[in-house]
Structure formats: structure tokens, C-alpha cells
Ligand binder design. Structure first.
Ligand SMILES: *Cc1c(COP(=O)(O)O)cnc(C)c1O
Length: 486
């Protein structure tokens, strides 16, 4: 039979719309979307029939339309299992939030809230009022405000306090923290004139003293959170620098980057300067992130001397950088957890994940290895390994925590097998993201809390058959996040 005769056998849109799968599509996605999807499938069907394919039934066409609509409806921002070994992975959304923060954010989304409304006197209130007292209590600062992220905090502080004037910074602190955030660039965009002092490895107190002049707006100290220079080095500490700033009558800004509100020694990690310490050392303004070690939503904190915070709040740029009610609610709930440091390890996911012990993770790896081996059959060897997790996002760059995981090694073959396996893991309903290192795909289990759904998920791994093998590059190769900041 010729193709044009077959084309006449294809059902019409109206006929297809009367089928059961089309009714389901209308129910789920609406009549307009369902009709459009059917039209699109019909047009593709005509092409295929012209090329000699059989005419599908109207139910088949409707079902195809339904599955296409269903696939398009899945969230683009997918949940994943972060088994990269980097707890605060910038590309995977950094900190996951505490339940209290999630509840608070959901409530703020559902209801009208007194965001800028003073319930005591019925007048207009300030959105910073909700967090100010709490931040000051936790950091010892006089005043505080919050903006979109720490990059915004640095931009706003410099622009408010030193636009058109000089900002003095050590050459050893002109860092890049991943992607587009380079300290010199953000300083330039804030309208300050960058004055570099010292050298890459050594900066002395006299370098700062000599540089300060009538045109100086601020001295900036940047916590070089994502790398360390070792050997013949000299850095002027914040306390000494604050003495110089005071003598010269210019404010000292300390960009802490991650910042933390508690001593991490409590969680078996190295000491990272706390915000309270930075304030205590005499910085006039301290900036830090909300979604790094603090464990909250994306935000940038600006804390310090009241007069300076007031100047910052008067800057019209503040309006463009402010945070919404959802994040304010989540931040408040996150910060309140710090009032009970003893239970932080249970309640705050960042601390809970960082403080999981190696033996506990190892036991989990032992439980999961046979499941994985069964799924991967004879194509890969599954072994339980010791590994080291890193904190990520530029916090404590040299500190790693003992962890455990699974190494999946191709029995024969090579990079192509590994890339194919990595791709198969990314295609799972909840994609699994690991890292490739020395010929194996490593899954660091430190951040695996929902073991049951992970085990159920990996049973659905569909290894590609040899000819359909994907050679797509693995997104998070070993080098991608290692040593880089955020
Ligand atoms: C991470 C970081 C920033 C940027 O913070 P975001 O919250 O990612 O905008 C700025 N300065 C330092 C030192 C950092 O480590």
C-alpha cells in the first residue's frame, strides 16, 4: 500500500481527543496543552508514515502525547544525591536547610506576614528588624543587615563606604572565588579605587600604613578561604590591622567568606574564624555567607558598627540587593538553632553531615555494596573504600574529613565505561552524582541520609548497551570542585 493512502488512515485531532489517554492528559495538563501535544505528535507521525512506518492507533498517539507532557512537567531543578564528597557543593545548591527553616519558609510563603509592619504601633516597620537582634546576639556586633549573598554584601559595603575613594587590600588576598567573582572585579564595580599593598606571599603592617592617605575610604581584609600560601609568608592579622585603621581613622572591613557562628572544633573540624572573633578583633564591618558553613539559605550578612550599617542601609543599592520574606523566615529559624549549640549536630544538616563518623559511613557502604554489585552485574567491581570528604564552598580548604564510599571500577574497558555508568546514574529518577577518580567512579556516602530511597533508586540503573554507549563527559570530574572555592 502506498504512503499517501496510509496517511489518510491517521486519526484526526478530534478523534484522538476522545480517547482515554487524551482525557487523562486534559485532566492533568489542560485542554490547550493536550491538544497542542497531540498536534505535535501527529505531525511527527505523518513524517514517519511517509517513510513507511505503520499507522499507530489513536490511543497510541494520545499516550505518546501524554508521556511527552508528563516528561516536560518534571521539575527542571531536580533533586539529586550529592555523593561528590563535597558537603557544600556550590553547583549542587550548597547547604540543605534545617527542617525548622523549611517550615518557617513554607509558612511565610503561604501567609501574609508583618514583613515591614510594626505590630506594636501599627506603623511601617523595617525588614531588618526581624533578624537584627538575633544576629547581634550571636555575633556580638552592634548592628546588622542582610542582602542577597556575600558577593552583594561586599559590593554594597564598598560602594556605601568608599565609592570614589581608595580601598586598600593585600596582594595576597585578591582572590577569585569561582566563576565570575574575583575580588578586584567586584571592587572595581563597587566604584572604589583598588590599592594593592605588599606582595603575593608577604604583606607587612608598614605596607598598609604607608598606603593610607587622604583618599583612603576603607581597608579591606579578605579571608583567603579557598587556598593557603605556605612557606615564606607574612600576613597582618585582623587585630593589628584594626589598630592601624583606628590610628588612621578609616574603617576596617573583614570579608570572612564562609564565616561561622560557632567553633568548629566542637564538630571535630579545624578552627575557622568565627564572626564573633572577627568583631572582637576590631573589624568595623564583617561580611559572610548564609549558605556556606552557617547552613542556611543563600544570603549575605553585613554586621558591625551601627553608624556604618546605617550608611549602608541608606544606599539605594540596598533595595536592589535585599532578601525576600521567604529567606528571612528561613534565616531566622536557622539562626535560632545556634542558641542551642549542643543540638546543632542533629538539627542543622551541614553540621549533621560533617560530623558523621567514618565507621558509621563505612557500615552504610558495606550495606549498599552488595546491592550495587547485584545491579552492576559483572560489568563493574564494587568495593568499599575509605575516602576523604571536603567541606566545599571555600571553607577550610585544607581540611578533609575521613569518610567512606563505594568505588565502581570497570572490570574491563575504560573511560567510556565509566562515563556511561556516570550518565546512567544521572538518568535515575533521583540522579546520583559522584566523581571520577583514578579509573573508578567514587560515591562518597557522607551526604547520603535517605539510604532506602537510594537503594531503591539504584535498582533501576539501566546500563547502556555497547553500541548506544554515551560518551558524554562526566559533569563533576575529580578536579572540578577540588581546591576551588565557590
Ligand atoms: C564565598 C565567598 C564570597 C562570596 O559569597 P557568596 O555568598 O557566594 O556570594 C565572598 N568572599 C569570600 C572570601 C568567600 O569565600
Amino acid at each position: 500500500m502506498d504512503a499517501s493512502a496510509n496517511l489518510r488512515d491517521i486519526s484526526s485531532v478530534d478523534q484522538i481527543l476522545k480517547t482515554a489517554p487524551a482525557a487523562a492528559a486534559i485532566e492533568c495538563f489542560g485542554r490547550i496543552a493536550a491538544t497542542e501535544a497531540i498536534r505535535a505528535i501527529l505531525s511527527e507521525t505523518r513524517d514517519k508514515v511517509r517513510q513507511g512506518q505503520e499507522v499507530p492507533s489513536r490511543e497510541e498517539i494520545a499516550a505518546l502525547a501524554f508521556s511527552r507532557l508528563d516528561a516536560n512537567d518534571r521539575p527542571m531543578l531536580r533533586s539529586v544525591f550529592n555523593l561528590t564528597g563535597t558537603v557544600l557543593h556550590t553547583n549542587l545548591g550548597r547547604a540543605i536547610l534545617a527542617e525548622a527553616a523549611i517550615d518557617a519558609a513554607a509558612a511565610a510563603m503561604r501567609e501574609a506576614v508583618a514583613l515591614e509592619f510594626d505590630l506594636k504601633n501599627g506603623k511601617r516597620g523595617e525588614r531588618d528588624d526581624h533578624l537584627r537582634a538575633l544576629i547581634c546576639e550571636l555575633t556580638g556586633a552592634e548592628d546588622a543587615t542582610v542582602v542577597n549573598n556575600n558577593a552583594a554584601a561586599v559590593l554594597l559595603v564598598l560602594n556605601s563606604l568608599a565609592a570614589g575613594r581608595e580601598a586598600i587590600v593585600s596582594r595576597g588576598e585578591l582572590i577569585e572565588i569561582g566563576g565570575a567573582f574575583r575580588m578586584p572585579d567586584i571592587m572595581e564595580r563597587s566604584g572604589v579605587r583598588l590599592v594593592e599593598v605588599g606582595t603575593t606571599n608577604r604583606t607587612h603592617a608598614r605596607d598598609y600604613r604607608d598606603a593610607v592617605g587622604p583618599g583612603t575610604g576603607v581597608i579591606l581584609k579578605v579571608h583567603t578561604s579557598n587556598y593557603r600560601i605556605e612557606g615564606f609568608t607574612k600576613e597582618v592579622g585582623a587585630r593589628e590591622l584594626s589598630g592601624i585603621a583606628r590610628d588612621k581613622g578609616v574603617p576596617l572591613i573583614n570579608d570572612l567568606g564562609s564565616g561561622t557562628l560557632i567553633d568548629l572544633i566542637r564538630f571535630g573540624l579545624a578552627h575557622e574564624p568565627t564572626v564573633r572573633e572577627a568583631i572582637g578583633e576590631g573589624a568595623d564591618v564583617v561580611t559572610f555567607s548564609g549558605d556556606k558553613l552557617l547552613g542556611g539559605p543563600q544570603a549575605g550578612f553585613i554586621v558591625g558598627r551601627r553608624t556604618l550599617i546605617e550608611t549602608i542601609n541608606r544606599n539605594p543599592m540596598k533595595r536592589a540587593l535585599r532578601v525576600d520574606k521567604i529567606r528571612l523566615a528561613a534565616l531566622e529559624a536557622t539562626l535560632k538553632l545556634y542558641r542551642d549549640p549542643e543540638r546543632l549536630g542533629e538539627r542543622l544538616p551541614v553540621m549533621r553531615l560533617l560530623s558523621r563518623s567514618q565507621p558509621e559511613i563505612n557500615a552504610q557502604a558495606e550495606r549498599l555494596a552488595p546491592v550495587m554489585q547485584h545491579v552492576l552485574n559483572n560489568a563493574f567491581r564494587v568495593s568499599v573504600i575509605r575516602c576523604e570528604s571536603q567541606i566545599g564552598s571555600g571553607a577550610l580548604p585544607l581540611t578533609t574529613v575521613q569518610s567512606a564510599g563505594l568505588a565502581l571500577t570497570p572490570v574491563e574497558g575504560s573511560g567510556r565505561m565509566l562515563a556511561g555508568l556516570a550518565a546512567a546514574l544521572r538518568r535515575l529518577p533521583i540522579p546520583v552524582i559522584g566523581r571520577i577518580e583514578r579509573g573508578s567512579l567514587l560515591l562518597d556516602l557522607r551526604c547520603l541520609e535517605d539510604e532506602e530511597s537510594f537503594a531503591a533508586g539504584i535498582r533501576r540503573i539501566a546500563l547502556p548497551v555497547e553500541e548506544g554507549f554515551e560518551s558524554e563527559a562526566f559533569t563533576f570530574s575529580a578536579g572540578a570542585e577540588k581546591g576551588n572555592g565557590s
